[in-house]
Write a protein that binds this ligand. Structure first.
Ligand code: ATP
Ligand code: MG
Length: 334
């Protein structure tokens, strides 16, 4: 369905020397530098698959999505989606894809939502009976009913995201690109959006490429992920394999009355954790440790900590994406 081959994007950046003199100089004679935001990335996506495309801030996710959707042209390499080149076949291609950029909206700000959909119906040449059916399906999956007549500017972020996803699906595209569809949303709303995406994929076999830096999005939606960092691909495979290999780190955070709590606790000796498997920080009374839960189980860490000192506000978190990337590099990126 989607083939991406050595895709690369370089941007020209103006470099400014420090100070006022530097500002003037860069204004009169700007110094340019070429920066590669996406460095020769290759991957495939099968029809009907949901691919999680993940990476930390600035990794190049949006840039890849922009090339796949034909908004940006690649510096080199190529991508074909459903046999089409996003830029060369632009006219027919746009009818086959849906795109949502979580940080921006394609809806008309001052118009009621229904009117945006009517305009999109005309643009995509969806006939009346198809449109009616489509709206009732989207209504059901995305629960648009309660705000469909409100102007877009009055919608909450979660409602707007649902409305945006509906807009991108109005013409029944084969492929849906979602760039950070859950950004800034609270847990309940995130969950609704994830369920809607899963349902659309299930019922219509829509191929979905979804970028995020929220690992939970991916765990619930896709079995396979492509992870990128600083423009390069660092992992392509099953999310379960990634977690098994690199996701054993947990973060334990608590507030202790003792400013030398971590020294006194001596986790390294107690659990036989090497420097790679234990990272500790204490700032005043707040302590944060990251540890390998395959060596020191979470329950043992908790009960040991609680038996030794009086702590407030203790909590344990899963490894985040930055942590997984740190470990990927440590063990060598293939
Ligand atoms: N139009 C542009 N001109 C110059 N540099 C750009 C442009 N667009 C993106 N970049 C740079 O390319 C890099 C990748 O940006 P991109 O937006 O693709 O990252 P991202 O993975 O989507 O990050 P985020 O998680 O913050 O959305 C960044 O360093 C960014 O500053
Ligand atoms: Mg982005």
């Amino acid at each position: 369905m989607i083939y991406v081959e050595n895709l690369r994007k370089e941007f020209k950046k103006t470099i400014k020397e420090p100070g006022l003199k530097g500002s003037l100089k860069s204004f009169v004679k700007p110094k340019k530098e070429i920066v590669a935001a996406v460095k020769d990335i290759s991957f495939d996506v099968n029809e009907g698959e949901i691919l999680g495309f993940i990476g930390p801030n600035g990794a190049g996710k949006s840039t890849v999505i922009k090339m796949l959707t034909g908004i940006l042209s690649p510096t080199s390499g190529k991508c074909t989606i459903n046999g089409k080149d996003p830029q060369k076949d632009r006219k027919t291609y746009v009818k086959e894809i849906g795109v949502v950029f979580g940080q921006r909206t394609q809806l008309w700000w001052d118009l009621p939502l229904t009117e945006t959909y009517t305009v999109l119906k005309e643009i995509y040449e969806v006939d009346d009976s198809r449109f009616k059916k489509r709206m009732s399906f989207l209504n059901e999956v995305l629960e648009l009913d309660s705000f469909i007549n409100s102007p877009v500017r009055t919608l909450s972020l979660g409602q707007r995201m649902r409305a945006d996803i509906a807009a991108s699906l109005l013409h029944s595209p084969k492929v849906l690109f979602l760039d950070e569809p859950t950004i800034g949303l609270d847990v309940v709303v995130k969950d609704n959006i994830r369920k809607a995406i899963a349902k659309i994929n299930e019922e219509e076999h829509t191929t979905v490429v979804l970028t995020t830096h929220d690992l939970e999005d991916i765990e619930l939606l896709s079995k396979r992920i492509v992870m990128i960092d600083k423009g390069s691909k660092v992992f392509d495979g099953k999310i379960t394999d990634l977690k098994e290999k690199y996701g054993q780190m947990r973060e334990l955070a608590f507030v202790s009355p003792d400013e030398n709590a971590l020294k006194a606790l001596g986790y390294a000796d107690q659990f036989g954790l090497s420097d790679d498997d234990l990272i500790q920080e204490q700032d005043g009374t707040s302590c944060k440790i990251r540890f390998n839960s395959a060596i020191a189980p979470v329950s043992d860490m908790l009960s040991y900590t609680l038996s030794k000192i009086n702590v407030k506000d203790i909590n344990v978190k899963d490894a985040d994406i930055e942590e997984i990337i740190r470990r990927l590099y440590k063990e060598g990126v293939e």
